[in-house]
Design a protein around this ligand. Structure first.
Ligand SMILES: Cc1ncc(COP(=O)(O)O)c(C=O)c1O
Length: 430
């Protein structure tokens, strides 16, 4: 028999009180609009805040903003990482600001087109796109090639449709984070990259961009700097001067911790990042723009997951809250991450080590294990913060349907998606 745990885990670490108040107010409003849980609540306000923080750092370092379009120096451009948070109302809100979107699949491209993005505001990334991109006859797309086979297959179309081309480079800074001894499957290795750039230059293609995406939650800006130095060497070897340096994503999400308690963005300063970038940009004569595709940093704090406690159990010193949503259905990120968890209504008094579980039949389905008030009871809600990145796209239909979604922007709060009904859950089958 397992021994009872002696020490309660620390209480959920706290975001600033104004953030807690913001979400409590919005969640109350959302629950009156859509009482069914699990429920995601998303808002544009935290996204606007993150963009302005990043903009301020980049402008202070000497870059010019894509929106203000000042006539000096190198500019920068934010692309919305569609895969991170594929919410129609977010795409509409983003497009209304005149910004572009980054997509990596046929469905994401169709979503961008359905939401009215013009092809010149769409950037296509991702592997093996020669298997689906030729069906679209879209001029002026931005396309970053990922492999030799892709380049060979798509080059004639790229020339015909005047695509703005780039290639993704596999630098030494890019590796599988779970097995750092192995590289990822993406992009051109340095020798392949020089050959690919030479081919594109010889073909008189509109090659303008070099791209990398290192990985998520980079611990410091130094990885970008080292990758940029490598990219500059490849460009020199190929006698190529890019107009755009596309850094992908990777800036860590604020407030989030690893399961062992380390703060992801602890060492990452936006000002240092921008300053290093400004220095590194000098390695590229002719560079006009830095492109950024940050997903997690931009949108993780723009959403919460709301679940309801359905049942309560206590055994061997651990209290279990069985909720109607959790890791398996709504928050796969909880495998790696700890987020703040806020009870609604507030409950005070003694705390006890508590496992917050979802409703599926898997011990894996555990959103968090931490000290929570003993007074929590069935019918109470729990708000899991920072659910605005990679929660919705990793949602499952495991024994249950998809959650409802509310969205708030300058026009107010709306139900963006109803909770999935049984008819819809089962109707795909022939
Ligand atoms: C090509 C590319 N760009 C941007 C992103 C967004 O990354 P992050 O959410 O870490 O900023 C990803 C994530 O996988 C990616 O593959």
């Amino acid at each position: 028999m397992n021994a009872a745990p002696k020490q309660p885990a620390p209480l959920a670490f706290g975001p600033p009180p104004e953030t807690i108040q913001f979400w409590k107010r919005l969640v109350r409003e959302a629950l009156s609009l859509s009482p069914a849980t699990p429920l995601y609540v998303f808002s544009s306000a935290p996204i606007a805040k993150r963009i302005s923080e990043l903009d301020a750092a980049l402008i202070a370092a000497g870059f010019k903003s894509e929106i203000k379009n000042l006539k000096s120096q190198i500019g920068f451009r934010h692309w919305l990482s569609c895969k991170t948070q594929p919410v129609a109302l977010l795409l509409r809100w983003w497009r209304a600001q005149g910004r572009g979107i980054e997509v990596v699949s046929e469905f994401e491209l169709r979503a961008a087109l359905a939401e009215g993005f013009a092809p010149e505001h769409i950037l296509i990334n991702g592997p093996a796109k020669h298997h689906w991109l030729p069906q679209f006859d879209l001029p002026e797309l931005s396309v970053n090639f990922d492999s030799r086979a892709e380049l060979d297959a798509l080059l004639p179309l790229a020339k015909k449709l005047n695509w703005r081309l780039g290639i993704r480079l596999l630098t030494k800074e890019e590796f599988d984070p779970e097995h750092p001894q192995f590289p990822t499957q993406f992009g051109f290795a340095p020798d392949e990259a020089v050959a690919a750039l030479n081919k594109l230059l010889r073909a008189n293609a509109r090659i303008e961009t070099v791209h990398f995406h290192l990985r998520s939650n980079l611990p410091s800006a130094q990885s970008y700097e080292r990758a940029i130095v490598e990219v500059a060497e490849i460009c020199r070897a190929a006698k190529f001067s890019p107009r755009h340096l596309d850094l992908g994503g990777g800036v860590p999400a604020p407030q989030i911790r690893t399961r062992s308690g380390k703060v992801y963005d602890g060492q990452f300063g936006l000002d240092a990042f921008a300053q290093r970038l400004r220095q590194a940009a000098k390695l590229f004569p002719g560079l006009r723009e830095i492109w950024l595709e940050n997903g997690r940093f931009i949108s993780s704090s723009s959403g919460v997951l709301v679940v309801k406690i359905l049942d309560v159990k206590g055994r061997r010193g651990l209290r279990h809250l069985i909720c109607d949503g959790g890791r398996t259905l709504n928050a796969l990120m909880s495998v790696w991450e700890q987020h703040a968890l806020i009870p609604l209504p507030e409950r005070s008094g003694a705390q006890i080590l508590t496992a917050v579980c979802g409703p599926t039949c898997m011990a894996f389905d555990q959103l968090a294990r931490l000290a929570l008030p003993r007074a929590l009871r069935a019918g109470d809600h729990l708000i899991w913060l920072d659910a605005g990145a990679y929660h919705l796209p990793w949602e499952t239909r495991f024994s249950h349907g998809h959650a409802a979604v509310c969205w708030q922007d300058e026009t107010g709060l709306r139900l963006a998606r109803e909770r999935q009904r049984f008819e819809n859950w089962w109707s795909d089958w022939k």
